[in-house]
Design a protein around this ligand. Sequence first.
Ligand SMILES: [Mg+2]
Ligand SMILES: [Zn+2]
Length: 199
Amino acid sequence: MPIILDWDGTVTVDDTLILALREFGDWQIYLDAAAALRRGDITLHEEIRRDAESIKTPIDDVVAWLVEHLELRPGFHELAEAQRPLIVSSNFRQLIEPILAREGVELEVRANDVEWEPGGWRATFRNGDVCGTCGEPCKRADLPTNGEVVYVGDGYSDRCAAQAADRIFARDGLASYLDEHGVAYEPFDDLLDVTRALA
Ligand SMILES: [Mg+2]
Ligand SMILES: [Zn+2]
């Protein structure tokens, strides 16, 4: 059964882009964009676009900092080995692949792209089409359309896609959201919980 695995807050302990923004970006832009997303004034892509644009540091410098500091949730290696999950992220592949290399883990990654520009990082999104279910471009487009799917996630970007899966593992904001909407899921703290449940 294909396992779809979110990256930030699911594989990583903290959200990569939030860490990068705190260290290199404009925190106020982040706060304003996050509030606008919560109010439903902007899409997730618009939030990410604004956040990325507030970082002017060369991508390699941010990657070097992340490789040094980014902490992963226990059980990632075990889950990767046992299930070969597909990583589906709203983050940028440029910030994910170096961490996988650090860990010596090779997995398929579907993520967005970012380029450095003098005015700030420029995000390019893989899914441009508006999702018929949630009304914004979303990760549902990345899910296999035939066969049963397991979804593992924690946040806003997982809300719609998780509900297309046959089995959901959720923590944090995704878990609260699914509670509010009466959708069944299995809670997890670390990825060992998920690996054990799927064994
Ligand atoms: Mg996440
Ligand atoms: Zn959707």
